[in-house]
Design a protein around this ligand. Structure first.
Ligand SMILES: NC(=O)c1ccc[n+]([C@@H]2O[C@H](COP(=O)([O-])OP(=O)(O)OC[C@H]3O[C@@H](n4cnc5c(N)ncnc54)[C@H](O)[C@@H]3O)[C@@H](O)[C@H]2O)c1
Length: 226
């Protein structure tokens, strides 16, 4: 089976009603990213950050996978599909995708503020005073800005093995994730689907679908299965 590697971003979950980041004038649900998505923001106002992610967790719990998530899941019958997602939601998994790597963490997991190597499930709210067995405050298991992305070496290896590479719904401005395309073998087909194709890929040898994730994937599926 050919290996289909798919890099997804917030745009693939937009049709499920989950707001993207950069479509909102730099404010994410009314907050600066520095306030709610950095370790410094958490140190300054942990209650605000916990509440922010409690809201995100609630929204994601209420959301459903959309046609784009489902098409990627269906493609598993024809391809070895490996998804590398920047999203913290679980919509790829709920659509049935088996191989999903979360580069930036997962909203339904938490960890101690001093140790990200042990994770715990969290389905509902996380509050100040919720601690691990050592009495250390818990935080969402999210890779914030200014933090390492520990999955990157594994993600790079996956990209090196791609026969086909697809990019869906990402502005490609957050590094190191945006660099992953540099690791795919020369000459393999690269497809990109985005409501607004990012300027930085214009002029590259990618096949572009300037469409929503579901419409773009419906067209790409026909090409892949031909
Ligand atoms: N850790 C945090 O709390 C935090 C906060 C903000 C951003 N981030 C990280 O930054 C990463 C990069 O952001 P990103 O690139 O995923 O999101 P983004 O918001 O930067 O870009 C979304 C992209 O999706 C496109 N899009 C919007 N609706 C679409 C649709 N219906 N169909 C297809 N495309 C659509 C937009 O045109 C845009 O190119 C995020 O995944 C996230 O991990 C993290």
């Amino acid at each position: 089976m050919k290996k289909l590697v798919v890099l997804t971003g917030a745009g693939i979950s937009a049709e499920s009603g989950i707001q993207t980041f950069r479509d909102t004038n730099g404010l994410w649900h009314g907050h600066n990213l520095e306030e709610v998505a950095t370790p410094q923001g958490f140190a300054k106002n942990p209650a605000l950050v916990l509440d922010f992610y409690n809201q995100r967790r609630k929204n994601i719990k209420e959301a459903l996978p959309n046609a784009a998530h489902c098409i990627l899941s269906d493609l598993q019958s024809q391809f070895d599909v490996q998804i590398i997602t920047q999203n913290i939601d679980d919509l790829h998994e709920r659509a049935g995708s088996k191989k999903v790597m979360h580069l930036h963490g997962e909203i339904f997991k938490c960890c101690a503020t001093n140790n990200k190597s042990i994770v715990y499930p969290i389905l509902d709210d996380l509050h100040l005073g919720d601690v691990d067995e050592n009495g250390v405050q818990l935080r969402p298991f999210i890779v914030w800005f200014n933090e390492d992305v520990p999955m990157m070496p594994d993600a790079m290896e996956i990209c090196k093995q791609a026969d086909i590479f697809i990019i869906i719904g990402t502005s490609l401005v957050v590094y190191p994730a945006a660099n992953l395309v540099e690791f795919v073998p020369n000459g393999i087909p690269i497809y990109i689907i985005d409501k607004k194709i990012p300027d930085l890929v214009i002029g590259k040898n990618y096949t572009c679908f300037e469409k929503t994730a579901s419409k773009g994937l419906m067209e790409l599926r026909k090409i892949l299965l031909d």
